[in-house]
Design a protein around this ligand. Structure first.
Ligand code: HMG
Ligand code: MG
Length: 295
């Protein structure tokens, strides 16, 4: 049986914007975040504390956090390494996402370390974050396919998840980074993860390169997942994953779920307003069906 309610984790301000070449004014990013919160979003990735040389779009992370944190929401920031964590400690943010790829080649392109080197660095950081009382989300990239290595062995995905669960992570956000998974693979992988980690929050993160994000979300729902990372306007993509299109569009996911009688507690009209705020600054077009029909 499907859940009556699901949690949407809005990743638009982070995943959605990180791949945009033109710098989006910091003030527009703040308004975007505030509008998304007013739409009912309770969990959101605000930004990432990564190298500004690698991702200039995220260079205003500290200012974004300073002006958008609210106590009634889970406001998450990404950090890839010790330097990123130290920048988080200088803010009031209480929820951190680490990110590692199952594929060694992808991880090297994304954070300049092999997967094993990243795990060795991040496991003690997760333990430290937990002793300090932080909420820790572990993002698992290339959990299905890698742009460089092809199909990823599900056992490797489970093994990486296990390392983060052992370290104390509260949540696993498991990603189809380049949008190559098909629904039967979504079902199988998420069923395995739900069985293997019954007390950990399991979240599905689909990119929509091949227009399979919605079917993959439906398959994950059937496997018991009730948390989904989505991006307003379907923006997004990892700059170091060639071929990665945007995330599943929040408004299309909300529309589908609400039509199925599954509540998301998100206001579609306000989501549309949020997209209008950033749209003039995007080089790409907004392709989501809900936005096109209701803009
Ligand atoms: P590096 O060049 O190997 O690191 O990059 P380094 O330690 O040699 O540092 C290089 C420079 O960056 C130094 O500056 C550092 O101080 C600075 P310099 O001395 O030359 O002036 N630096 C930093 N500055 C600010 N914040 C930091 C930081 N770290 C170093 N945290 C590094 C390694 C990890 C930093 C780099 O590779 C990086 O920033 N990578 C991030 C890439 C990224 O943001 N990818 C997108 C997010 S992940 C994603 O989208 C996938 C996800 O959505 C799930 C999915 O869909 O799969 C989550
Ligand atoms: Mg992503």
């Amino acid at each position: 049986t499907l859940p009556k309610e699901v949690t949407i984790i809005e990743v638009g301000p982070r995943d959605g914007l990180q791949n945009e070449k033109n710098f989006v004014p910091t003030d527009i990013k703040k308004q975007f975040i505030q509008k998304l919160k007013s739409a009912g979003v309770k969990e959101m990735e605000l930004t990432s504390f990564v190298s500004p040389k690698w991702v200039p779009q995220m260079s205003d992370a500290a200012e974004i956090v300073a002006d958008t944190l609210t106590s009634h929401t889970r406001d998450i920031v990404l950090a890839p390494n010790r330097k990123g964590i130290d920048r988080v400690y200088a803010t009031d943010c209480q929820a951190v996402a680490t990110f590692v790829g199952v594929s060694q080649t992808f991880n090297k392109k994304n954070i300049n370390k092999t997967t094993d080197e990243s795990v060795a660095e991040i496991v003690p950081i997760i333990k430290e974050l937990k002793t300090k009382g932080y909420f820790v989300r572990a993002c698992i990239s290339t959990a299905f396919y890698c742009p460089y290595e092809g199909k990823v062995d599900v056992n490797d995905t489970v093994k990486l998840c296990q390392a983060f669960v052992n370290a104390g992570a509260d949540e696993l956000s498991v990603a189809d980074t380049i949008g190559m998974a098909a629904p039967h693979e979504s079902f199988d992988v998420f069923k395995k993860l739900k069985d293997a980690f019954p007390t950990t929050l399991i979240t599905a993160h689909f990119h929509d390169t091949r227009k399979l994000a919605l079917p993959n979300i439906l398959a994950a729902l059937q496997a018991g997942v009730d948390r989904f990372d989505t991006s307003a306007g379907g923006l997004g993509g990892c700059p170091f994953a060639p071929g990665a299109a945007g995330n599943a569009a929040t408004e299309d996911v909300v529309y589908m779920l609400e039509r199925m009688g599954i509540s998301t507690n998100i206001d579609l009209q306000k989501l549309v307003e949020a997209i209008h705020l950033v749209k003039p600054h995007m080089t790409r077009t907004i392709e989501s069906s809900y936005f096109q029909l209701n803009a």
